[in-house]
Ligand binder design. Structure first.
Ligand code: GRF
Length: 316
């Protein structure tokens, strides 16, 4: 299994980083920690990471502009081959440039049941409000603080006599359970059939008069009342493959594509030479390329009248 490379950003204790790191030691864990970086060279979490053989980077943010500092961290993460970021007690607001550069690839853990109690002092605020439960949330990081789609939460009962400290201790246990599971799901989501089909569907149905039907148990896309231009195959006849089948536009194209990247392209059984299979389960799919292939395939089956309309639209 190719493991996704995760960079963890911390500012202090780093117990969530530790939880992520130990979960990653299980052979079935789909991610590995490629770098732990801190904005405080004295962050205790750095010692733990280093002792566990993880690469670390520390640089104080003091005296640097936010964007300047973030650019340094960004360069370190990219040099380490990081694909996903997990913020774990990282007490720095991030610059818009940094957030944009990791859009959809950065998670954060927050000690409240979001959208309740964004920001600091979450435990006391939950107690003061008389809530029966507090908890923690893992969410995708967007430009807004502690905002962005929530991917998972654990509720933690507030006990009579709880102080912010005792409650925080129990929530922390929940955090350690939650984070690695959500992160593991997140880094494998791009290999899940439903997610992949969603990406294909979005692109296929954007083509003029395209519709979706099911044929031989496969979701497929065609021109309304017309021919099919794409099939989504998942473990067809037990081949274990998730792929998109599209029409080729030239006689040798199938052979040429297979030749250029034999791990990705293949000759789909039962479909003949006019089609090519594109594996979607390799984890590095270029979705613009898929959109282009779908459009070409659409052109192969579109009636003349529709093609004319598409040509006119493309001129503008
Ligand atoms: C955790 O409570 C986390 O939810 C919050 O900051 C704290 C970090 O603790 N974002 P640790 O450094 O992971 O121990």
């Amino acid at each position: 299994m190719v493991k996704a490379k995760v960079g963890v950003l911390i500012s202090g204790r780093g117990s969530n980083m530790g939880a992520l790191l130990y979960a990653a030691k299980h052979p079935a864990c789909p991610y590995e920690i490629a770098l732990v970086a801190a904005n405080d060279p004295d962050a205790p979490g750095l010692t733990l990471a280093a002792a566990e053989g993880i690469a670390t980077f520390a640089q104080s943010h003091k005296g640097l502009k936010r964007a300047e500092f973030d650019a340094i961290i960004d360069a370190q993460l990219r040099a380490a081959g990081v694909e996903y970021i997990a913020l774990a007690g990282y007490m720095r607001l991030l610059s818009p440039e940094f957030v944009a550069g990791w859009e959809g690839r950065m998670l954060n853990i927050h000690p409240s049941l979001l959208p309740k109690y964004k920001g600091l002092d979450t435990h006391q605020r939950a107690i003061d409000a008389g809530d029966s439960h507090a908890g923690c949330s893992v969410h995708v990081v967007t430009a807004e603080l502690d905002d962005g789609p929530v991917l998972g939460q654990i509720e933690v009962a507030i006990l009579p006599g709880d102080s912010a400290g005792t409650l925080a201790g129990r929530i922390l246990m929940a955090e350690h359970q939650l984070y690695s599971r959500v992160l593991a799901d997140f880094v494998t989501r791009e290999r899940q059939p439903e997610w992949l089909l969603g990406k294909v569907r979005e692109r296929a149905l954007a083509l003029p008069q395209a519709d979706e039907v099911t044929s031989h148990g496969m979701p497929c896309f065609g021109i309304e009342k017309g021919k099919k231009f794409a099939y989504f195959t998942q473990d067809h006849h037990g081949d274990g493959i998730i792929a998109l089948l599209v029409k080729t536009s030239a006689p040798d194209e199938q052979a040429m594509l297979i030749d250029s990247d034999p791990a990705r392209y293949y000759r789909p059984p039962y479909f003949g030479d006019g089609w090519v299979g594109i594996r979607l389960d390799l984890g590095d799919t270029d979705w613009d390329h898929v959109a282009e292939r779908l459009a070409r395939s659409w052109r192969e089956v579109a009636p003349r009248k529709l093609l004319g309309l598409m040509d006119v639209a493309e001129e503008f």
